[in-house]
Design a protein around this ligand. Structure first.
Ligand code: TA6
Length: 290
């Protein structure tokens, strides 16, 4: 077992995987080795955690944790041809290896690795190595690097599926997507164009064609959350609203009011083609004002 900085405590979950509890002057956080999943992140000075984590999240082999930042890779949403394969790919339900953990004066960094195996090849016929770099401090930064170790090109869709905690979804707005084209996947998938800020008065499940950062305005908790990104051509915005929340066993019925997802992604026309020996990096950064 590698030596960890004093500010990181390892707790073994009953499901047998490790959760890293970080208690640092600049930040409090939890990261699970299952899925290399940032579950909680609270910069010092913030009353409310910035990431939403469902109190009914299921921790188990083959299960995705509801909340935090699930890593959706190497496909986003359902598999293109085989619906028996896991939703949102394999990365978020695999156990990742913690390679390094460092604590600096103002932040903590973790580096995880996932390598192809007979188990992953059974689901996705490619040889790869992925690294996930996480920097936690006043700002959160998550970078997913994919390297193609095989002899064939690989096509990847992906999302850093960030759940953000808000005081009241009905008073929350997302700024920075005005005029952007998007695929509305609520009901029959339909191409639309965004008019002004994104508001939440119904189920929202949209894949915006955008490389821009956005600002989430949360007047209830008097704070703004800034989500920026690199290597991402799609911004996914999701809130399940009332009916879908009731259908999700790992989400309290009323908790649609308490979060939204703003995801740095590559989906649809932004799918990434990685040549043999090539690599691709997608990064999301989150910071808070107020
Ligand atoms: O955030 C976009 C989305 O694809 C939604 O359609 C919804 O399914 C969400 O991801 C959550 O997916 P999950 O498999 O984690 O329940």
């Amino acid at each position: 077992m590698m030596t960890l900085p004093d500010c990181i405590r390892t707790v073994e979950d009953p499901s047998g995987y490790f959760v890293y509890h970080i208690q640092h002057p600049a930040v409090t956080a939890k990261v699970s080795g299952h899925g290399a999943h940032v579950m909680e992140w609270t910069p010092s000075g913030q009353t409310h955690g910035v990431l939403y984590l469902s109190p009914q999240a299921i921790f188990g082999v083959g299960k995705a944790i509801r909340g935090g930042i699930p890593i959706c890779w190497p496909w986003f949403n359902a598999h293109a041809t085989d619906t028996t394969k896991p939703m949102h790919g394999i990365a978020r339900i695999q156990s990742w290896e913690l390679l390094r953990a460092d604590a600096q004066e103002r932040h903590v960094t973790l580096l995880f690795r996932l390598q192809s195996s007979p188990e992953t090849r059974a689901l996705w016929p490619h040889d790869f190595v992925c690294h996930l770099g996480i920097s936690l401090g006043a700002q959160l930064e998550v970078s997913l690097m994919t390297q193609n170790l095989g002899a064939e090109p690989m096509i990847v869709t992906e999302a850093l599926h960030t759940y953000l905690s808000v005081g009241d979804i009905q008073r929350t707005t997302v700024r920075g997507l005005a005029e952007a084209r998007y695929l509305d996947t609520v009901g029959e998938p339909t191409q639309r164009q965004q008019d002004g800020d994104v508001i939440f008065d119904r189920e929202v499940d949209r894949q915006y064609v955008s490389t821009a950062g956005v600002v989430i305005d949360d007047p209830t908790w008097e704070r703004k959350i800034i989500v920026d990104k690199l290597g991402s051509g799609t911004t996914v915005v999701w809130n399940p609203w009332i009916e879908k929340s009731k259908r999700l066993a790992d989400l309290p019925d009323e908790d649609y009011k308490r979060f939204l997802c703003v995801e740095a992604a590559n989906a649809g026309e932004a799918a990434v083609r990685i040549l043999p020996g090539g690599q691709h990096v997608i990064t999301t950064s989150v910071s808070v004002q107020g």
